[in-house]
Design a protein around this ligand. Structure first.
Ligand SMILES: [Zn+2]
Length: 306
């Protein structure tokens, strides 16, 4: 009788212990806590820091152009419900920027470009500051560190976890930076010219020593004109450039006009492929995360220009 009672007590204790333990473990995950990012590149950076600790939502999916993005009613709801918001800044988000600045008065909203010293930003007196900072992996490392620091302060209960994840991810990014450097350097110097639909690759060009020419400026908002097309055709013919590139988040109409212009001049220029410029690829593809996006681009460029 007493033995049975002890066994019963033991069972109750075990059950209580298990429930308490699982409650403690669940405490470290907070699926109600939502971090919202504008671009998929930022969403991927955050996910590599927090893993499955909290929810991460990105507003702009594959193929979406952030410069011309129109905020939807659903986005507004998501922005209101998010606990923290990270956006690129430097006017990448175009019209959404004003809304983000307004929301910043009520909750924690960070422009990740604030992580970078102004001397590291590319600036043209007439066109402003280039927002495509993710294309220099070494700058993106600074952005990841910035995001991680903010999250560690806001969620001290997960700080050690975030710190460890960040350290591992920064190591991966360092390897990626070196790998892209080696790949681009393998293209002979005179063939190292990257012609794209819009000027998204300025930081890429500076970091990995490849000349970059865009049909449109640093934003897709301004249309490209006939003179821009003529200018690029002239450059391709004169310098005997082998290939030009389309972008997944920009219409290929203008670049097709360039190809026609080159054909009229009797110059054969190949389509080097599609580059992921301002948006990640679909989630089930190699370019569905930041590292895959950068390495897919590097491979496309090397294959076409080498
Ligand atoms: Zn862009």
């Amino acid at each position: 009788m007493i033995t049975n009672f002890i066994k019963y007590l033991h069972k109750v204790f075990c059950l209580f212990f298990c429930l308490t333990l699982s409650a403690c473990l669940d405490n470290s995950k907070d699926q109600e806590f939502t971090i919202l990012t504008t671009t998929g590149m930022l969403g991927d950076a955050v996910k590599n820091i927090v893993k499955d600790d909290v929810r991460v939502v990105s507003l702009m999916g594959p193929g979406i152009d952030p410069h011309t993005y129109q905020t939807t009613q659903k986005d507004v709801q998501q922005l209101i419900h998010a606990h923290i918001i990270f956006y690129n800044g430097l006017d990448l988000e175009g019209k959404m920027t004003q809304l983000l600045k307004k929301i910043a008065k009520q909750k924690k909203v960070y422009a990740v470009s604030d992580a970078l010293h102004t001397t590291k930003l590319l600036c043209d007196g007439t066109i402003g500051i280039d927002p495509h900072i993710w294309f220099d992996v070494s700058l993106w490392q600074e952005v990841v560190g910035f995001i991680s620091q903010k999250l560690q302060v806001i969620r001290p209960e997960s700080a050690a976890y975030y710190q460890a994840n960040t350290a591992a991810y920064l190591k991966t990014l360092e390897e990626l930076h070196q790998s892209v450097m080696n790949q681009i350097q393998s293209i002979p110097k005179q063939q190292r010219v990257l012609i794209t639909a819009h000027d998204a690759f300025g930081y890429f060009g500076k970091a990995y020593d490849i000349e970059v020419v865009g049909l449109q400026g640093i934003s897709t908002v301004a249309e490209c004109g006939l003179n821009d097309i003529k200018r690029i055709v002239e450059l391709i013919v004169e310098r005997n450039i082998k290939a030009v590139f389309f972008e997944t988040s920009v219409s290929d109409k203008s670049m097709r006009a360039v190809l026609e212009g080159c054909a009229d001049r009797g110059h054969n220029v190949a389509i080097g492929g599609y580059l992921y410029s301002d948006a990640l690829g679909p989630p089930d593809t190699l370019a569905g995360n930041y590292c895959g996006m950068i390495s897919t681009n590097a491979a496309t460029i090397v294959n076409a220009l080498k």
